[in-house]
Write a new protein. Sequence first.
Length: 166
Amino acid sequence: WIALGDSFSAGLGAGNDNRDSGHYMQRNKAYVPHIDADLHMPDHNNKAGRRNFDFYSCTGDTLSDMLEKRPNPINQIKEHDFATLSIGGNGVLFGPVVKSCIYGAESSYENRKKEGLEIMYSYDFWKRYTNVLKKMHKKLNNKFTLDDHTIIYQTSYIQFFDNWTN
């Protein structure tokens, strides 16, 4: 299986540097290594056990990086049964929103949050996100069909700020 995505997947701040992660800035306590360590995680034939794992999540990656960066993360999909994907936070200003919430004035936070929401609900963002998913499906389905249990686990950030937490 393969893990693709941004810092949410790479685990920025979660544990120690993952050996050999280089500029990807992956951490050993990210959720991805926890999934890989679970010997009960079944493969596409519903058999539990060790499986091959490729960790290509990269702190700072954006949707554009998934589509245009060299080497292209999506092109790393080869003989994988399933993939995890966490991408989009950097494109909708997740870091700047949190930073302005913690360090900035309330007006600064509200402006950043509004800007991030406008990006998130824009046609351009949706189009790039959809292109990432389509390219992943195409790469995964070169080996399997969806009927053969080819799976993309699409993860996302939790909703930090809503009517309950304000």
